[in-house]
Write a protein of this length. Structure first.
Length: 115
């Protein structure tokens, strides 16, 4: 199985790390808009694999939605950092992940048969 995590910030990286450590999939894709962030986090996680005893293949990508192809699960954690005094509703206003990005991801998701 393949899982994609969109957003390589604190929450996304933590989610991806736990998915990899628990071997919930054979392949994990970490996707972010910030150049090099997802690639760096993926490399960090991969380098801990031998020490922590997991063999999940981890790939980081900057805006390359083709890497999400065949994902059975997509976890979206992207967002902006919360500033002092900011409400949770205000976090939604700038909507960091665009509808265009969601469309690119959804076009690559593997359609799973009903259970």
């Amino acid at each position: 199985m393949k899982i994609t995590v969109v957003g390589a910030g604190a929450v996304g990286a933590t989610v991806a790390d736990n998915i990899a450590r628990k071997e919930l999939c054979e392949e994990l894709v970490l996707l972010d808009i910030k150049e090099g962030l997802a690639e760096g986090k993926a490399l960090d996680m991969t380098q801990t694999a031998a020490l922590l005893g997991f063999d999940t293949r981890i790939t980081g990508s900057t805006n390359d939605y083709s890497k999400t192809a065949g994902s059975s699960v997509v976890v979206i954690t992207s967002g902006i950092p919360r500033k002092p005094g900011m409400t949770r509703e205000e976090l939604l206003a700038p909507m960091p992940i665009s509808l265009k990005a969601l469309h690119r991801i959804s076009c690559n998701i593997l359609l799973m048969p009903s259970l």
